[in-house]
Design a protein. Structure first.
Length: 270
């Protein structure tokens, strides 16, 4: 329990630092390192059951996050994506062919999925932090969308949960808990929007309520996705870098799905 509390405190301190230290290089480094560790955990999970993913291709995606975070000029960022994506794909298939099929098409699929699943989704955190106005405040929507959903889903599910949500993937999750998570996120988004409005940050309660519903649902799919991967790979947690909480991917599975929802809304409607 002591280790769990300490690791949880470090986790909270990390987010407080990100919220307070408004520095592009700091933001980029933290997000890239988190993505790198999560990618390592993901590939390690599949090696646990005999697959041979091409890890360096996933790590290349994490490097792209770092380079895109203000390290290279804005006009070259799209060019970087146009280079890394095809090079990664071609390299993965080339590895399979040159390796005399020691790596199968499934290894390539796991590799490419890892590239899209982790560095790609993590990059939306950096995109939000890179917004010119109110980036730290918008990050709160991402944090609330992930962690409030988890908390309310657990509390409501423990008290009222009867109907299994996805018994083959995560037996303890319930429909009632899922609904509690959605309601919790909606309430938190409404409060955030009102607080933002009082401090001169524009926001529409109706729109953010809709985003809250979408973010909560997305976050729960993120959680279930990670659970499905862990069940397939026959592991309990992706890692133990955070004692009592598991690995980085265990803690960020929901957040990775929430961040794109929040970013898309901001770019379309704010």
């Amino acid at each position: 329990m002591k280790k769990r509390i300490i690791s949880g405190a470090v986790f909270v301190a990390l987010w407080i630092a990100i919220l307070l230290i408004n520095n592009p290089l700091f933001d980029t480094t933290i997000v890239a390192v988190l993505a790198l560790i999560a990618t390592y955990e993901y590939y390690k999970a599949f090696r646990n059951i005999g697959y041979k993913p091409i890890s360096w291709i996933g790590y290349l995606g994490c490097l792209a996050i770092f380079l895109m975070g203000g390290i290279i000029p804005e006009e070259y960022k799209l060019l970087l994506i146009k280079i890394i994506v095809p090079v990664g794909l071609i390299s993965a298939f080339a590895y399979m062919v040159v390796g005399n099929v020691k790596r199968t098409i499934l290894d390539v699929a796991i590799t490419i999925f890892g590239l899209l699943y982790i560095p790609c989704l993590f990059s939306f955190l950096k995109l939000i932090l890179g917004l010119r106005e109110y980036s730290r405040f918008y990050l709160l929507y991402v944090l609330f969308g992930a962690f409030v959903s988890d908390t309310f889903a657990f509390l409501v599910g423990s008290k009222f949960g009867k109907t299994k949500l996805a018994p083959d993937i995560s037996p303890n999750k319930t429909v009632e808990g899922s609904m509690g998570g959605i309601i919790g996120v909606v309430i938190s988004f409404i409060i955030l929007t009102i607080v933002g409005d009082l401090n001169g940050i524009p926001g529409d309660v109706f729109y953010w309520t809709m985003v809250g519903v979408a973010a909560a649902i997305a976050g729960q799919f993120g959680d279930l996705t990670a659970s499905a991967i862990k069940r397939f790979c026959k592991i309990k947690d992706f890692g133990n870098i955070m004692p009592g909480h598991g690995g980085i991917l265990d803690r960020f599975d929901s957040l990775m799905f929430v961040a794109p929802i929040v970013y898309i809304f901001i770019t379309l409607y704010v």
